[in-house]
Design a protein around this ligand. Structure first.
Ligand SMILES: Nc1ncnc2c1ncn2[C@@H]1O[C@H](COP(=O)(O)OP(=O)(O)OP(=O)(O)O)[C@@H](O)[C@H]1O
Length: 270
């Protein structure tokens, strides 16, 4: 196996938005992470890839503080996740938006109520301010104002993802965590979801961590790829550098993309 690529793909001088150091995670006897390190810098879209059960979702849960590693440090926005009092921890939480794979909407709430939920929790906005922000977020995810009154059961799969994204964006997060955002979407809906995230990334300067098994999503979105294998990040590098790695998981995972690239190179050469 060639040497793993562990150099930092972000330009020097940018602060880490997320820094994971020496993370150890255990569920009973199942050791999921062991000495895992990863730094993510402002403005990056990092695709986190790894085999099924390798601990990608668990890592995202550590970043937002839903779970705690058995050992190691989790820093977000330059501070330890549990630094400071309750108010400071909450303030840090609000700088992060999350879209989980089964990030279901509250089924008894309308689209508008779902998007308004994090805003209401803040308890500082008037009804009019909340309505205005909900309308703005709906527009941001390219949904019509009339959709605000629909119930989740009335939405298509693509619309559910958009509403969940609008809710994740409600508090204007600087860091967006996306777990399989395009899973279950048909190619058209998937492509438009990718366009949307890329536009938001460009316009809002978001930092994004993206877990995906979908090579098209990855190739079109990621500014870097972090590979979770053997319980740690074995490589964090550009897609091209990742493709050049001699690692069994990388070879298996990227086989389709490699084949497509060599076909198009062949076609170009001929
Ligand atoms: N709450 C829990 N209790 C016990 N084991 C857990 C718990 N959460 C996760 N695990 C175990 O930790 C491992 C990593 O799970 P995780 O969901 O993070 O993997 P993943 O890489 O996201 O997988 P996939 O790609 O299949 O979604 C698995 O073996 C899983 O069974």
């Amino acid at each position: 196996m060639s040497a793993p690529v562990l150099d930092d793909p972000a330009p020097a001088g940018r602060d880490a938005v997320v820094r994971l150091e020496g993370i150890v995670t255990r569920f009973g006897r199942n050791v999921v992470h062991e000495g895992l390190d990863l730094s993510i810098h402002a403005g990056e879209i990092v695709a986190l890839v790894g085999g099924s059960g390798s601990g990608k979702t668990t890592l995202l849960r550590h970043v937002i503080g839903l779970t705690r590693p058995a050992a190691g440090g989790v820093e977000v926005f330059g501070e330890a996740l549990d630094a400071g009092g309750a108010a400071e921890r909450l303030a840090r939480q609000r700088r992060m938006g999350v879209l989980f794979q089964h990030g279901a909407l509250f089924s008894a709430f309308s689209v508008a109520q779902n998007i308004a939920f994090p805003l209401r929790e803040l308890g500082v906005m008037s009804r009019q301010e909340i309505d205005r922000l909900v309308a703005l977020k709906l527009e941001m995810v390219e949904m019509e104002a009339a959709h605000a009154l629909l119930m989740p059961a009335e939405l298509s799969g693509g619309m559910v993802k958009r509403v969940a994204l609008a809710r994740a964006l409600a508090l204007e997060p600087e860091l967006l965590l996306l777990d399989e955002p395009t899973a279950g979407l048909d190619p058209d809906r998937s492509a438009s979801f990718i366009r949307l995230i890329r536009a938001l990334h460009r316009e809002l300067g978001l930092t994004v961590v993206l877990v995906t098994h979908d090579l098209d999503t990855l190739a079109q979105m990621a500014t870097s790829v972090a590979v979770l294998a053997e319980r740690r990040i074995v490589s964090h590098a550009s897609l091209d550098e990742t493709l050049a790695l001699d690692h069994p998981f990388v070879a298996r995972f990227f086989r389709g993309l490699q084949a497509r690239r060599s076909r198009s190179n062949g076609a170009g050469a001929g």
